[in-house]
Design a protein around this ligand. Structure first.
Ligand code: C5P
Length: 230
């Protein structure tokens, strides 16, 4: 089946791509809730693969075993009991927090450069497209996974602001990592995501770019809703 038939089946697909810390996750969840659409957190799939590889002692450069793991890992997503936050499940265990560690973040961006891994995850991502619609969050949603999406948005923010946001998140969780180290991590991850040969992080043709630097979540959501309505 081509991506065209996948996305032209009478449902709306909205893609939001951009670097980590640009606010995509929060905005996508709010947007999906507002529109009553499904939500795909594609980054979580790469994070789950990094965690599954660690657990099954698969090296992060073992292309063959990583591709098999990507195609077959036992994962699911569900809403938490309060119904306000998605939970990520690996082999029956809630790993929502574990996949957000700095260690797994680095592992995710390492496995994400492997074409065989990206290929193995392609159909798993497309399977999230179900009526009435989907909000897809990632790096290559508008360029590769859903090239025929109805609305494509590219969110950015300065590296310093993104590192600050990450710093605040970690502080809230009681983890202390220096801000300088986080700016370094953000830059290293950006470079890896933007310079890789497969599915590099670039705005999709026709994507509307939104710079979230200095903007509140509500301000960004308003801008994005305006684009979707347009
Ligand atoms: O979005 P998030 O930060 O959770 O993604 C984790 C990592 O997965 C990113 O650093 C990126 O390398 C990779 N990724 C990707 N393509 C996507 C989503 C995430 O390569 N569509």
């Amino acid at each position: 089946m081509t991506s065209g038939t996948m996305t032209n089946s009478g449902m709306t697909i909205i893609t939001l791509d951009g670097p980590s810390g640009s606010g995509k996750g929060t905005i996508c969840q709010l947007l999906a809730a507002r529109l009553g659409y499904h939500y795909l957190d594609s980054g979580a799939l790469y994070r789950l693969l990094a965690l599954a590889a660690k657990r099954h002692k698969v090296a992060l450069d073992d292309v063959e075993d990583l591709a098999v793991l990507a195609a077959h890992m036992d994962i699911s997503f569900r809403m938490n009991s309060e119904g306000d936050h998605p939970e990520v499940i690996l082999e029956g265990e809630d790993v929502t927090d574990q996949i957000r560690s700095e260690d797994i973040s680095a592992g995710a961006s390492q496995v994400a450069v492997i074409p065989e891994v990206r290929n193995a995850l392609l159909e798993r991502q497309r399977a999230f497209a179900r009526p009435p619609g989907l909000v897809a969050d990632g790096r290559d949603m508008g360029t590769v996974v859903f090239p025929d999406a109805s609305v494509k948005i590219y969110l950015t923010a300065s590296a310093e602001e993104r590192a600050h946001r990450r710093h605040n998140q970690l502080m809230d969780k009681g983890e202390s990592v220096s801000l300088a180290a986080l700016v370094e991590n953000v830059r290293a991850r950006d470079a890896r995501d933007m310079n890789r040969s497969v599915s590099p992080l670039v705005p999709a043709p026709g994507a509307v770019e939104v710079d979230t630097t200095g903007k509140s979540i509500q301000e960004v959501l308003d801008i994005v809703m305006e684009i979707v309505r347009g």
